[in-house]
Design a protein around this ligand. Sequence first.
Ligand SMILES: Nc1ncnc2c1ncn2[C@@H]1O[C@H](COP(=O)(O)OP(=O)(O)OP(=O)(O)O)[C@@H](O)[C@H]1O
Ligand SMILES: [Mg+2]
Length: 432
Amino acid sequence: MANEPKAVGNKTGAGAGSAAGQRSGAGAHSSIGRMVIDARLATSEEVQAVLAKQKKLRDEGKDATVSELLVKYGIVTATQLKRLMNPADDSMSQSLQQIPGFQIMQRIGAGAMASVYKAKQLSLDRIVAIKILPKRLSEDPEFVARFYKEGRAAAKLNHNNIVQAIDVGEYAGYHYFVMEFVDGKTVYDILAERRVYSEKDALSVIIQIARALEHAHARGFIHRDVKPKNIMITRDGNAKLADMGLAREAGDEAAAEAEKGRAYGTPYYISPEQVRGVKDVDFRADIYSLGATLYHMITGRVPFDGTTPGQIMQKHLKEPLVPPDHLNPNISTGLGEVVERAMAKDRNKRYASTTDMLQDLERVARGEAPLQAREGVADSLLKGLGAGEVDETYEAGRADGAARASSNPALIAAVIAEGVLIVILLIALLVK
Ligand SMILES: Nc1ncnc2c1ncn2[C@@H]1O[C@H](COP(=O)(O)OP(=O)(O)OP(=O)(O)O)[C@@H](O)[C@H]1O
Ligand SMILES: [Mg+2]
């Protein structure tokens, strides 16, 4: 276990399928490297291998560009590269040029499920972002129905910390989601640049996102995909939660495994119940993912790492969480406790509402001890003792659970009482 916060290290690996890339300190990939990974044309490992090769060649006095090497080693074709660097060439942007009422300006990003474009909404003469779903999703009527229902409902939400959903529509067989354009970066980008957040900066972002979630949860929305890539920071430091109300593809473990992390975002922040595929996923899944995002921000590491999505998901289910303060000794005990409570594997042991979590986050930000996080710890220990057993989920959730339990006064009292009883029994036997 490292005592020092580790570098997140690259701009591309995380979420693109590479758990190793998430932690590698190899430095930022070139922008072309990032683009091919974002477009799912290459894995982070492939790009890293190309960068290593480029460095080796340079040491030998030979120069080669990343693009040249990507093509040379058969990772992408020259045509794919050309299309990627000039998105106006691709057939999708060509068809979209004609979405009535909008003028597509440029592609600003691509995720596992869709591409995002900057566009001008002509009627209101304003800049918006349009997320375009791939055609394959149009073939799933259930998905399309949900996409419209959730998108329209989300457009009614209005909160300073939520990327405003504006409209949903379809053109030339493409379904699209129009939203507020955020001029800024994602937390994912910032993590890639500067390794870890200070406690103060992380709290400022997470408190804003917790407010966004509190607002959404109160209106019956569950986000289901809270993660650094879905938190945008505006130029003036406001945090905004993106993709609220965006219907998600049902993804089970088998599908994720089959895709090998290429087309399916790697599940670094997914709640255990989502891994299990429970039907009644509720707001507590967002609390877990918010906790996992906070974990990454303050430690520079994802909570669970692995080489395949399946492996990472298994760890969300079973592996004890390394307490964040073990990875970064600079963070307060209180903050560590909040993260652990939010990330309890059993959702009944998490915060009972986003408002509760928000209160603890605000207390920690003021330098006070969290209330609920501590109650959670005490409750689960006492409950375990009452039932004659130690709470397994709680124990599993803490790598150092045993060490902390041994300093619990109730436990010490129980051990002393047991000792006294044994002595009395021995005396009774001797007297006989
Ligand atoms: N409203 C927006 N304004 C400006 N840029 C945006 C907006 N929404 C998304 N982006 C940019 O587009 C990129 C792709 O977004 P998208 O939601 O498709 O994928 P993602 O959230 O990054 O990842 P994944 O597909 O793995 O969930 C984001 O990383 C962000 O940089
Ligand atoms: Mg997103």
